[in-house]
Design a protein around this ligand. Sequence first.
Ligand SMILES: NC(=O)c1ccc[n+]([C@@H]2O[C@H](COP(=O)([O-])OP(=O)(O)OC[C@H]3O[C@@H](n4cnc5c(N)ncnc54)[C@H](O)[C@@H]3O)[C@@H](O)[C@H]2O)c1
Length: 295
Amino acid sequence: MFPKDVSILQINGWGYGMISFGLEGKGALVAGAGSVPGRAGHGPATCLRLAAAGATVACVDIDEGRAAEVVAVVERSGGRAFPVVADLTDRTQVERAVTEAASQLPSLDACVDIVGGARWDRVGDFSTEDWEWTLRNNLTQVFYVFQTVGRHMMEQGTGGSLVALASVDGIAAAALHAPYGAAKAGVISLVKTFSQELGRYGIRANAVAPGNVGTGNEDWPEGTWAADTINPLAPPRTRDIANAALFLCSSLAERISGQTLVVDGGASTRELWGMTEDLLPQWRTGLYDRSKVSE
Ligand SMILES: NC(=O)c1ccc[n+]([C@@H]2O[C@H](COP(=O)([O-])OP(=O)(O)OC[C@H]3O[C@@H](n4cnc5c(N)ncnc54)[C@H](O)[C@@H]3O)[C@@H](O)[C@H]2O)c1
């Protein structure tokens, strides 16, 4: 006998055929949908994934050219998308952008907020301008976007999924970029609060926390593991972040809310003791020198 859940899935015809993401004919808003040259390109990758799952994508960006470019990329791949131009750090523009997006989407069912970035300095030297810029771009605008899209989803009455890009720096220390770590920790907190308050409307809120997605990570040969000292598995790529965002937007995650999905090739699981395989024989024979381990 199968457990009850599995039996129900079988009765409903699941287990046969292809798995659906539940996004066919639905609408998604991607905030910061374009890409700054030389950066990871989380916006376009997320738009492409959502479109490939069947959603029409409202590509919102501060830069008209970048918004148009990502729309063209999605359309070339056979998906549906349209541009919306807005500075999402401005509450009035967020409200206008969400209204504009919703009026062209079949419905507003998913939202992924990509906007963000870090400035670097010592904790002792950070300027007020850099502190405020970082909080505004990484945290305040997520609040505006989630609040406005959340209100729309509540009125629509068919639930929805809110996703924001956080960072492993919101979980571990963010040395030399303190405001960024604090802002991303704020995003991790925000998704818990939105999940608590909007759950009764069927609205979920989650974050994806990328590790070090460099633009060269795509170049690691397939099947090459533990190739650097940071990632026990392999460096995360842009597509891995987009896959996580798609999963959280999809019906596959329909009972997941308030969570942060870390996508970092295992980097944040690294142990702290410095124990290595070379030291194991010493440990077994009682000659284990603790000072060596903490070196
Ligand atoms: N690359 C990594 O290693 C990494 C790691 C952790 C987290 N992240 C997160 O990923 C996100 C950035 O991803 P990326 O580097 O691919 O993006 P990006 O810097 O290329 O920017 C994406 C788009 O956002 C737009 N944008 C910027 N400010 C905006 C605003 N005020 N309103 C509307 N649109 C705006 C830009 O025009 C751009 O097209 C950030 O949230 C960052 O914290 C990245």
